[in-house]
Design a binder for this molecule. Structure first.
Ligand code: HEM
Length: 187
């Protein structure tokens, strides 16, 4: 898994649990690194062990932790690492979603062990977008938190439905996003 994700996990852990707990996570997982290089690839198993250690300290299952982490990554780690991209995302979130698959390919092109998710979107009427997420890793609750975090950071209110597995297709989920933009009446 790319270091930008693990760096996010470190920041998430420090902000939710504090520095001392992060030190104990590092010890439990046997991490030698003090910090993570954004563009370096680390074993997926390291990311999963860190997640497990954080989840047990938060007394939560993995899926809710992934969802909280998605919010954090979208609010803190992502904008710090890719400021221009995130200012575009705030101006045009649907356009940003349309570019996600090519963004993931570009961000992982030169990394041997990267395994970027495939993301595509379909506009369904004026106020719904359906996002399809396909991944060898299968982290739909991370995608869920990232999507909620994206909409929370823009001025347009929206609601993201939980991931729905696609029948007969392993590792594929869809999300329905209700966008309440200008022009919709509030009753
Ligand atoms: C709402 C927006 C986004 C969603 C839903 C999303 C979804 C995800 C998910 C779920 C993963 C975990 C890996 C997997 O599932 O296979 C992931 C990994 C990753 N994402 Fe995103 N992402 C978003 C935005 C971004 C942005 C803006 C960037 C920066 C260009 C980015 C770069 C990456 C990278 C580098 C990885 C690691 C891939 C690897 O190590 O193989 N993502 N993304």
């Amino acid at each position: 898994m790319k270091g930008i994700i693990l760096r996010g996990l470190q920041e998430f852990s420090m902000s939710r649990l504090g520095r001392e707990e992060w030190a104990s996570v590092r010890e439990e997982v046997g991490l030698k690194e003090e910090s993570f290089l954004a563009s370096h690839s680390y074993p997926d198993a390291t990311a999963y062990r860190i997640l497990g250690a954080i989840a047990s300290r938060m007394s939560l299952e993995l899926d809710p932790v992934l969802r909280h982490f998605g919010h954090h990554w979208m609010h803190v780690t992502g904008p710090q690492a890719y400021p221009q991209l995130f200012s575009l995302a705030r101006r045009d979130p649907v356009g940003f979603l349309r570019r996600l698959s090519s963004l993931h390919c570009a961000a992982t092109r030169h990394l041997d062990e990267a395994n970027a998710p495939h993301i595509s979107i379909t506009q369904e009427g004026s106020s719904h977008v359906r996002l399809r997420y396909a991944s060898k890793r299968g982290l739909p609750y991370l995608a869920y938190g990232l999507l909620e975090g994206l909409w929370a950071s823009v001025a347009i209110p929206a609601r993201v439905e939980p991931p729905a597995p696609v029948d007969g297709q392993d590792g594929v989920w869809t999300f329905r996003i209700h966008v309440h933009g200008e022009g919709e009446s509030c009753s």
